[in-house]
Write a protein that binds this ligand. Structure first.
Ligand SMILES: Cc1cc2nc3c(=O)[nH]c(=O)nc-3n(C[C@H](O)[C@H](O)[C@H](O)COP(=O)(O)OP(=O)(O)OC[C@H]3O[C@@H](n4cnc5c(N)ncnc54)[C@H](O)[C@@H]3O)c2cc1C
Length: 396
C-alpha cells in the first residue's frame, strides 16, 4: 500500500506491536469498561510498561522520541479494536502544550512522569459557555504578587477526575482589546486547594474514558506555572490543536478500519436467500467503497502527520485530515452496522459500541463545522499556512 511506503521500519514495528497489544489485551476490558464506565488503570499500566504512552515525547523528557507519526500509528491500531480503550491511552493529552511552550524546568518536572505513564495529564479549554468559541473563556487568572489566583469552571475534560496535572486556559487580561487576547495557559497540580473535579457519567460513547467538570475556586498557582507567554494563550491553544487534531484523524481511521474488518468478516459468513451477503452486488459495492474511503482518509492523515514531524504542521491540511477522517468514520461504521443487520443493533456487539464511540470524532478537537471553517480560512489565505511556534518546538 502507498501508505506503507511512507513508513520507516521502526514505524512499521510500532504499528505491529500496537496491533498485537490491542488484539491481545483490549478484549479483556472492552465490554466491562464500556458498561461500567470504568477507566482500566491496569491496562494503562501494561501499555506504559511497553512504552506505548510516550511514543511521541522526546527521549530527554522520558518518552520514546519516535515522533508524532509513530504515536498516531499506535493510536490507529488501538482505535481499530476499541475507541474507549484507545482513548484511555491518551494520558499525555495536555503535556504537548508544556513541551511546545513550557520552560525547561516545566518540561523536566511535568513531562517525564506523564511520558512514563506514572502521571496523567489533562487539558482544560472548554467551559459551559465556551466550546468551539474558546475565546469566550471566562475562567480568570488574577495576578496576586508572585501568584495567580484561578477561578472558573471547565467542562467535558478528558481525564479531568483522574489527572495529576491540569493544563488550563484562563483570562489574565479582562480588558484586552480582543477576546482572543489576554488569555494565558497554566499548569495546576492535583491537590491544589480549591481544585475539584466531578466525573460526568452516562456518555453516549468512549465510556471507558474519564470525562469531568473541573472547578477552580481561588486556586493559587505560582508565577512559575505560567506555560509560555502571558497573553499568548489563544495562539498557543491553536498551535496545540493543530497537532492534537492529527491524533484524532488517526482515531477515526482506526475505528473505520475496525468496523470495515467486522463488516467484511460478517458478509463472508452470514447467509440470506441461500447466498453469502458478500455475494450480493449491493454488499460488494458497500465493502469496496468503505475500503476506498478509509485508504483516502489514512493517506490524508499520514500526510498531516509527516508534515508535523518535519516541523511544518499545516493547519489547513490538519483540518482537512480531521474533517475527512471523522466523516469517513461515521459513514463506514454506520454501513458496517447496516451489514450486521439486527445483530448490529444489539448492545453486546463490538459494532454497536463502535457506532456510539465514533460519534465524538465530529465533536471534540474541533467540530465538523469548525474544521470546515478552518479549511475555508486556509483556502482564502486567512490563516497562517504554517504555524511558527510549533516549528520552533518540534516534538522530536
Ligand atoms: C467526550 C468529550 C471529551 C472532550 N474532551 C475535552 C478536553 O479534554 N478538553 C477540553 O477542553 N474540551 C474537551 N471536550 C469539549 C469539546 O472540545 C467541545 O465539546 C467542542 O469544542 C464543541 O464545543 P461545544 O460542545 O460547546 O459546542 P458548541 O461550540 O456550542 O457548538 C454547538 C454546535 O454549533 C456549531 N457551531 C459553533 N460555532 C459555529 C460556527 N462558527 N459556525 C458553524 N457552526 C458552529 C458546532 O459545530 C456544533 O455543531 C470534549 C468533549 C467531549 C464530548
Amino acid at each position: 500500500m502507498l501508505s506503507d511506503l511512507t513508513l520507516s521500519e521502526e514505524q512499521k514495528a510500532v504499528r505491529e506491536a500496537a496491533r498485537e497489544f490491542a488484539e491481545k489485551e483490549f478484549p479483556k476490558y472492552a465490554e466491562e469498561s464500556d458498561r461500567e464506565e470504568k477507566f482500566p488503570f491496569e491496562l494503562l499500566r501494561k501499555a506504559a510498561s511497553l512504552g506505548f504512552v510516550g511514543l511521541h515525547i522526546p527521549e530527554e523528557y522520558g518518552g520514546q522520541g519516535m515522533g508524532l507519526l509513530a504515536y498516531c500509528l499506535a493510536v490507529e491500531e488501538f482505535w481499530r479494536v476499541d475507541g474507549g480503550l484507545g482513548m484511555i491511552l491518551s494520558t499525555t493529552f495536555g503535556s504537548e502544550m508544556i513541551l511546545m511552550f513550557g520552560s525547561e524546568e516545566q518540561k523536566e518536572e511535568y513531562v517525564p512522569p506523564v511520558a512514563r505513564g506514572e502521571k496523567i495529564c489533562c487539558s482544560c479549554f472548554t467551559e459551559p459557555q465556551a466550546g468551539s468559541d474558546i475565546a469566550a473563556v471566562r475562567t480568570s487568572a488574577r495576578r496576586d504578587g508572585d501568584n495567580y489566583t484561578i477561578n472558573g469552571v471547565k467542562t467535558f475534560i478528558t481525564n479531568g477526575s483522574i489527572a495529576d496535572y491540569y493544563v488550563v486556559l484562563a483570562r489574565t487580561s479582562p480588558g484586552a482589546p480582543k477576546r482572543s487576547m489576554g488569555l494565558s495557559v497554566f499548569v495546576v497540580e492535583r491537590g491544589a486547594p480549591g481544585l475539584e473535579a466531578k466525573k460526568l457519567t452516562n456518555k453516549l460513547g468512549i465510556r471507558a474514558s474519564d470525562t469531568a467538570e473541573v472547578y477552580f475556586k481561588d486556586v493559587a498557582v505560582p508565577q512559575g506555572n505560567l506555560v509560555g507567554v502571558e497573553g499568548e494563550g489563544f495562539r498557543q491553544a491553536m498551535d496545540f490543536f493543530n497537532l492534537t487534531r492529527i491524533h484524532t484523524a488517526f482515531q477515526a481511521v482506526g475505528i473505520a478500519q475496525g468496523a470495515f474488518e467486522l463488516a467484511l468478516e460478517y458478509a463472508k459468513n452470514r447467509e440470506a436467500f441461500e447466498r453469502r451477503l458478500a455475494d450480493f452486488q449491493v454488499t460488494r459495492e458497500k465493502l469496496a467503497v468503505m475500503r476506498t474511503k478509509i485508504e483516502a482518509a489514512r493517506l490524508l492523515a499520514l500526510q498531516a502527520a509527516v508534515e508535523a514531524d518535519r516541523g511544518k504542521p499545516d493547519p489547513g491540511l490538519t483540518a482537512m485530515a480531521k474533517y475527512f477522517a471523522a466523516r469517513v468514520a461515521q459513514d463506514v461504521v454506520s454501513e458496517s452496522l447496516q451489514i450486521h443487520g439486527g445483530y448490529g443493533f444489539m448492545g453486546d456487539q463490538a459494532i454497536s459500541r463502535m457506532y456510539r464511540d465514533v460519534r465524538v470524532l465530529e465533536i471534540y478537537e474541533g467540530t465538523r463545522e469548525i474544521e470546515v471553517e478552518l479549511l475555508a480560512r486556509s483556502l482564502l489565505g486567512e490563516l497562517p499556512s504554517k504555524l511558527g511556534a510549533v516549528r520552533r518546538h518540534p516534538l522530536r
